[in-house]
Design a protein around this ligand. Structure first.
Ligand code: FAD
Length: 415
């Protein structure tokens, strides 16, 4: 019987077992967030693969995972062409979800609510960056357009555009998508295909002859593994340290506020990225969602989710109200703090095998754009695990060797 159809074990959420059934697995995935789930599903659904897969998740409630704190948006506006191609795949995947999941009639139809991201630049340097990014995006097939301040004012008269020099928008495959539903279905289908999900914590790795021979689980002890995927989100560096490795990934706090406007805007609000770094989008019914972080933005402990006092009142709200005066009268209805897994080397994904430990693969450092990258990352990682190389999109530019070689691929469009 598939594991997620059984009665919840020992008070665990459905689908989680308290202990692995076996002492040895072909693939062990550390972390059952969106990246772990994507990898599990793409492995389990590959007709060539018949190995045993174990996903180890320390927090079966996902109360602290990045995946459950996300704003769940997708954009094509990146400065790295590979990221545009990854988003193109994601957009097609979302719109074709049922077929991608084998035609399962239980899977709902999804779409992208394509309100578009509007990047605003206030400095000459910011405008140059927008022009350079848009050139990369258009070359890669995205529909981004540059907008003068007059064009922005015509389309959205509610902005106060003082100091704004340029904008960039794309309303094709750019906006909100229902990442939680995709996450649910990947987990459900992977479990039905035999992937085990265990509630336990990986506390150590046993290395032997240039490989990871076993993962140590806090409760279940040593589990032998053929290959291991470290998909531990903001705790990625913690897992790397278990193999004696340094990974430039740090937990960074990101605040989200949901607010209601006394006077809702008279037309749809694109996801607006203000030069101050604050961003805001429409949620519907007169409510809006804003995000931001403190000026210092230090690395934090992975279990520190305390709100930064005064951030909303003194920084974020004033910046929003300066750009959209109608937001001077609002009421905050909800707020939360999540963690980005920030790649402080170049703000791009870290994927693929470690150069010195070939059976240890990373999926880390997504720097706030991981949810939308999960289909391509899961697919590519499964390809590497099964075939030892990529069969579709080449993710090797994101391999770890660039870090040792000091060759960053800087992603400039990080929100
Ligand atoms: C406020 C906010 C807004 C965001 N908005 C967007 C957005 O609009 N679009 C977008 O694309 N992305 C967005 N992101 C980023 C996106 O949510 C993440 O990149 C993505 O969820 C990362 O998934 P993950 O599986 O790598 O990490 P996680 O979801 O954090 O999952 C990792 C899992 O590993 C587990 N784990 C860690 N260590 C161990 C261990 N030793 N043993 C066992 N388990 C372990 C953790 O418990 C966790 O559940 C946002 C993030 C935040 C915080």
């Amino acid at each position: 019987m598939p594991p997620d159809l059984r009665a919840p074990e020992q008070g665990l959420p459905p689908g989680f077992a308290a202990a692995p059934r076996h002492r040895s697995y072909d693939v062990v995935i550390v972390g059952g967030g969106i990246m772990g789930a994507a990898t599990a599903w793409f492995l389990a659904s590959d007709p060539v693969f018949d190995g045993r897969v174990l996903v180890v998740e320390r927090d079966p409630s996902y109360a602290f995972a990045s995946t459950t704190h996300t704003n769940s948006c997708i954009r094509q506006q990146f400065s790295t062409a590979l990221n545009v191609r990854i988003s193109q795949f994601t957009a097609a995947y979302i719109k074709n979800l049922r077929a991608e999941l084998g035609g399962d009639p239980r899977v709902p139809d999804l779409d992208i609510h394509a309100f578009g991201y509007l990047y605003l630049a206030a400095s000459a340097e910011g405008a140059d960056t927008l022009r350079a990014n848009v050139a990369v995006q258009r070359e890669a097939g995205a529909a981004t357009r540059l907008l003068t301040p007059d064009a922005i004012a015509d389309a959205w008269p509610f902005y106060a555009l003082d100091g704004i020099r340029l904008g960039a928008i794309n309303t094709v495959d750019e906006g909100y998508w229902d990442g939680a539903t995709v996450f649910d279905w990947w987990r459900r289908r992977a479990r039905e295909a035999g992937v085990e999900w265990v509630a336990d914590t990986v506390t150590g790795l046993t290395l032997a002859r240039g490989r990871v021979a076993a993962v140590r689980l806090a409760r279940a002890g040593d589990i032998a593994c053929g290959q291991i995927v470290a998909a531990a989100g903001p705790r990625a560096a913690e897992v790397a340290r278990m193999a004696g490795l340094d990974l430039p990934v740090e937990p960074r706090k990101r605040h989200t506020w949901v607010f209601r406007a006394a006077r809702p805007l008279d037309r749809a609000l694109p996801l607006t990225i203000d030069p101050s770094g604050v961003h805001v989008r429409e949620l519907g019914g007169g409510t809006y969602m804003a995000g931001g972080h403190g000026a210092e933005d230090p690395a934090v402990a992975p279990d520190d989710f305390a709100r930064e006092e005064g951030l909303w009142e003194e920084t974020v709200w004033p910046a929003l109200a300066a750009r959209i005066p109608a937001f001077e009268a609002i009421r905050v209805e909800a707020e939360w703090v999540g963690h980005y897994a920030m790649n402080v080397f170049d703000r791009n994904a870290i994927a693929g095998p470690h150069p010195d430990l070939a059976n240890l693969l990373f999926l880390a450092g997504f720097s706030g754009h991981g949810l939308q990258q999960s289909p391509a990352m899961g697919r590519g990682t499964a390809e590497w695990l099964i075939h030892g190389g990529y069969r579709t999109l080449d993710l090797s530019p994101f391999h770890l060797d660039r870090i040792a070689a000091g060759r960053p691929i800087l992603e400039r469009a990080v929100i």
